[in-house]
Write a protein that binds this ligand. Structure first.
Ligand code: ZN
Length: 270
């Protein structure tokens, strides 16, 4: 079983110390997949200065040189990998960035080139901002050859771009729901990689304020029993000391299981 960690929202507004505070004793055990925003535009969230919540100004990552060099070092030492997390991560009137931006194809292409050039990182994974994407957004990501680490993307063929593998994947998920006695309303993170025509997808379990160790180990045990894999997703900016303890205890728990290998998130798709 492969176990990985994804952390979202590294961007111009991130101080390198914030990442170190959360992961200093984690990233030597498990590389952290940092889902990074190349040209962040502020929105209302903790950790972004209030004056940028509505300024609309785009901040290139390399305007924060301390962060840029910290990320280069983390990548070089294999403590972190970099995924593309949108382009600006801005919210539009009609939805989140990859639901409503008029030019998702350009955003993927430019964002990818910029992060590769700036950080010297090989990038093969896309994380949709707010885990949300339109059909066109999904097509743009797939055409660029990126795999998707998501949490709540729909499996329904009608919600996805046309792809000859979509119906079979939908049936797979349906069968899984039935086999695990879930109704349509029950939450589901499918524990295997789903391969589409031009990319693959894998779902993550969230670590957010209030998530308990028991919940995580319960989800983990289910995936383990089914011969699946597991990816935990969180946001460094909301990880306080008690969430950090949940993370550390979860990793200890996973490490005690047979056949568990901590990997970079990119390896989930290998
Ligand atoms: Zn995000």
């Amino acid at each position: 079983m492969k176990v990985a960690i994804r952390d979202d929202d590294t961007c111009y507004f991130t101080a390198p110390d914030e990442l170190a505070r959360v992961y200093h004793d984690v990233w030597d055990r498990v590389p952290i997949c940092l889902a990074t925003v190349p040209f962040a535009i502020g929105y209302e969230r903790q950790g972004i200065p209030r004056e940028h919540w509505h300024s609309g100004e785009a901040f290139a990552l390399d305007r924060n040189p301390a962060l840029t060099s910290a990320l280069q070092e983390l990548v070089a030492s294999r403590r972190a990998t970099i995924a593309l997390h949108g382009y600006t991560h801005q919210d539009f009137r009609g939805g989140y960035e990859f639901q409503a931006a008029p030019d998702p194809e350009r955003r993927v292409a430019d964002g990818l080139r910029y992060l590769r050039d700036t950080l010297g990182a090989a990038i093969s994974v896309f994380v949709p901002p707010h885990n949300a994407s339109s059909k066109r957004g999904l097509s743009a990501v797939g055409s660029a050859g990126l795999n998707i680490l998501g949490s709540i993307l729909s499996f329904r063929p009608s919600m996805r771009p046309w792809d000859w593998k979509t119906p079979a994947n939908w049936w797979r998920v349906r069968r899984f729901r039935r086999a695990t006695r879930r109704t349509k309303a029950d939450r589901l993170v499918y524990p295997y990689v789903l391969r589409y025509a031009d990319h693959a997808e894998f779902g993550c379990h969230s670590l957010i304020p209030g998530t308990t160790l028991q919940e995580l180990t319960g989800h983990f045990d289910e995936a383990w029993n089914l011969g699946g894999h597991f990816c935990l997703a969180t946001h460094y900016w909301e990880v306080d000391e008690s969430m950090r303890m949940v993370l550390l205890r979860f990793l200890d728990y996973a490490a005690r299981k047979n056949d568990v290998k901590f990997v970079a998130a990119e390896e989930l798709f290998a």
